[in-house]
Design a protein around this ligand. Structure first.
Ligand code: TRP
Ligand code: SF4
Length: 416
């Protein structure tokens, strides 16, 4: 672990900042989601809502970085995807759900960050060359495609997110985000008259509180004790007269740093199993091997029944090897120990047929989908509600984004 990711006293949340840390993640609107999206990301998003302040957004500009020629599909994809989020259990009263393109602040931060970001940082992002290789049928020699990890950095930094749940393939983007934040704070973080400003803010605390604050601050700077830090922050918390910016200034003053305008986020990788598709390769819409989250039960059954199995089982009486069978890969995700033992025994001794083997899987998937189908039906019957959820989420996000942009502009000397 690098030094900067180690939790230290000084990285404790500043006084006055909500105790629940913020999580931010985005997804490109690729249309209705499949089981791979659920197990790979969405399930985790749902879980995080209990412990964090979650911001989840539709990364529609990101979709344009590769699919800029497809103007007609994106809108439908946005709503289909959001319905799937809600169906999976994203709770709009708890999480903030919004659409990137409704917040031009992201573009503003992207532009400002672009000014000082070395070209080499973007050229060296591993996904850059990989994707150009992979998506050979598209012309990705574009400015937008090269810049997209920086747009992602802006998405993250504008909400001062502490945690970014992403797949391993996106780690390098979060790392870039950290570098961009560090560089920004280095270049612009320290207000030229920081010390004077801080002292003025201390005066606003009132005489007794100011004295208590200064004593605790000096103590923390000399001895570094956690107790002193806590005391200084308690004074800030108790004070009625400070706005958020002043609070943050004094928090930085306690720690002897400048004002960290942008916050370095950390990637949040949770253990997720790559869900195999119907043919055993990674589940993906473009491979045609996916089961949609809202797939009809009859269609789930049809798809699973047609899945290829161990080619050695030509006839019912030929024993098979589960390791050579994509159906087994799905059992590993969906079945309990007992069922799995039944599969292994039944397959290797030809005691069960492949259709027998598939039956519990069909049932498990249909059972998993049942609550999604129910919630989705309610949202689909009331599309206005989905629009409203996005409306509210967008305005909530805007409040935060605007505040960050005000700080950024001020830090860069653009607040004339
Ligand atoms: N780049 C991500 C993807 O392709 C989506 C994304 C955009 C994102 N902005 C983000 C993810 C910010 C996390 C945080 O999947
Ligand atoms: Fe695959 Fe099950 Fe058939 Fe074995 S019995 S080959 S695991 S489907």
């Amino acid at each position: 672990m690098s030094e900067s990711t180690e939790p230290t006293i000084a990285s404790m949340p500043p006084a006055g900042v909500a105790r629940r840390e913020r999580v931010l993640s985005g997804m490109r609107p690729t249309g209705a989601l499949h089981l791979g999206h659920y197990h790979g990301a969405l399930k985790n998003w749902v879980r995080l809502q209990a412990d964090y302040e979650c911001f989840y957004f539709v990364a529609d500009w990101h979709a344009l970085t590769t699919h800029y020629e497809e103007r007609d599909v994106i809108e439908k994809n946005v709503y289909d995807m959001v319905v799937d989020w809600l169906a999976a259990g994203i709770d709009p009263d708890n999480a903030t759900v919004f659409i990137q393109s409704r917040l031009p602040e992201h573009a503003e931060l992207f532009t400002l960050l672009a000014m000082g970001t070395p070209l080499g940082w973007l050229e060296r992002v591993p996904t850059y060359k990989d994707q150009i290789e992979k998506l050979k049928d598209r012309d990705l020699a574009t400015y937008g495609f090269l810049g997209y990890p920086l747009l992602q950095a802006a998405d993250i930094l504008i909400y001062k997110a502490a945690w970014v749940p992403v797949g391993e393939d996106q780690s390098s983007h979060v790392e870039l985000t950290r570098e961009v934040a560090r560089r920004f704070n280095h270049l612009y973080g320290r207000e030229p008259n920081f010390e004077e400003l801080a002292r003025n803010v201390v005066r606003k605390l009132g005489k007794d509180a100011a004295r208590a604050f200064e004593a605790a601050r000096k103590n923390f700077q000399q001895e570094g004790g956690e107790e002193a830090l806590r005391r200084a922050r308690a004074v800030l918390e108790a004070s009625q007269s400070l706005g958020a910016a002043d609070r943050e200034r004094l928090d930085a003053w306690i720690r002897g740093t400048g004002k960290a305008v942008l916050h370095e986020p950390q990637a949040l990788h949770t253990e997720v199993r790559k869900l195999p598709g119907l043919d055993g390769a990674k589940m993906s819409k473009s491979y045609g091997n996916a089961i949609a989250m809202r797939e009809e039960p009859a269609e789930v059954e049809r798809k699973i029944r047609r899945m290829p199995t161990d080619p050695a089982r030509v006839r019912r009486e030929n024993p098979g090897d589960p390791e050579k069978c994509p159906v087994w890969q799905l059992h590993k995700v969906y079945s309990n120990e007992e069922t799995k033992a039944w599969v292994v025994h039944g397959c290797t001794t030809a005691a069960i047929g492949c259709l027998d083997c598939k039956q519990p899987l069909i049932e498990a998937i249909v059972r998993e989908q049942a609550p999604w189908r129910e919630r989705a039906a309610a949202y689909l019957a009331d599309p206005k509600r989905v629009h409203w959820i996005l409306e509210v989420g967008t305005e909530r996000a805007r409040t935060v984004a605007r505040e960050t942009m005000r700080d950024v502009r001020e830090a860069m000397g653009l607040s004339y």
